[in-house]
Design a protein around this ligand. Structure first.
Ligand code: PLP
Length: 288
């Protein structure tokens, strides 16, 4: 199956679409993005992803005039173009627009450039545990905005990959922030704990869903900083993201972790699957 691409109203196969060299995304990464799943032609958690996308745009002062309904409409065209009734991913990206390279915002202002990509996706089975390594968080302090500036994330993700790991735990002087492309949570003494929503982490939609599930089931959800040492003594270590939902971790830096509160992990995972099913009418597609 070939992914579908969209650029400022034009639709085609993503691997054939071209964008201008002067799109500010190309030389400054001057833009924001969001990423979500869907299935059966329907988007999953669209409202929360729309909220975050428009917040990110506001966060870097991009004057994006397309309404939420129009953006959904353009996305639907791409989803229909994909012609796949199983699970798919949707990527939205808006840059400040196309103009000669100059740090200041273009004058007169130009229209933001909108890119959409849609493709089929399968996720790893939720009962498969993953291993992580710890790395210094070398990012800037605007991690709450989903900007295109992902070089530090790319570099640490590659370090994880070279260590045979699917993710990494980033920390600032021992304080855990998040993973390269996921949030990190721990379970200890029946409570789920994760870094607070500040400028050092992305407000993950899956993290938000886990919070809803915990609150609905009487599980305390603590949004307070924790350390790498806490990870090693946690009952469970969890990684959450749109594409992985929520998976448990069995090793960090080669040492065994977690495995002591499987009932909480299962409760969270089951509730996610039910939510996905309720919104799209289908279960997620898992890799064999
Ligand atoms: N943190 C970072 C840095 C991410 O890139 C992502 C996902 O892309 C997440 C957390 C998880 O966010 P979500 O659950 O909305 O996918």
């Amino acid at each position: 199956m070939r992914g579908i691409g969209y650029y400022n109203g034009e639709i085609g196969f993503a691997d054939e679409m071209k964008i201008s060299m002067l799109d500010r995304c190309a030389y400054f990464g001057d833009g924001v993005y969001d990423f979500m799943l869907g299935s059966n032609g329907k988007l999953y958690e669209a409202d929360r992803h729309l909220d975050r996308f428009y917040n990110s745009l506001k966060g870097i002062r991009i004057d994006f005039t397309m309404s939420r309904e129009e953006l959904r409409g353009e996305s639907d065209k791409c989803i229909r173009g994909l012609g796949h009734d199983g699970m798919f991913k949707v990527y939205w990206q808006a840059s400040r627009g196309t103009a000669a390279r100059n740090h200041d915002f273009p004058e007169p202002a130009v229209k933001p450039d909108l890119m959409i990509m849609v493709d089929a996706l399968k996720t790893i089975p939720l009962d498969k545990k993953i291993s992580l390594i710890t790395v210094d968080d070398i990012r800037f302090t605007m991690c709450n905005i989903k900007t295109l500036n992902l070089l530090p994330n790319v570099l640490v993700a590659q370090r994880g990959h070279e260590a045979g790991c699917k993710e990494v735990i980033q920390h600032r002087n021992g304080r855990v922030t998040e993973c390269a492309h996921s949030n990190c949570l721990i379970v200890k003494d029946g409570k789920v704990r994760t870094a607070p929503l500040d400028n050092l982490i992305l407000p993950g939609i899956t993290r938000m869903n886990i919070k809803d599930t915990c609150l609905a089931n009487g599980i305390p959800f603590v949004e307070e900083p924790f350390t790498v040492d806490d990870v090693f003594t946690a009952d469970e270590v969890l990684v959450s993201s749109t594409s992985k939902f929520c998976v448990a971790v069995d090793k960090v830096d080669g040492k065994p972790v977690g495995g002591k509160a499987p009932e909480i992990v299962k409760l969270i995972q089951d509730s996610m699957l039910q939510k996905f099913m309720a919104e799209t009418g289908k279960m997620p597609d898992f890799k064999a």
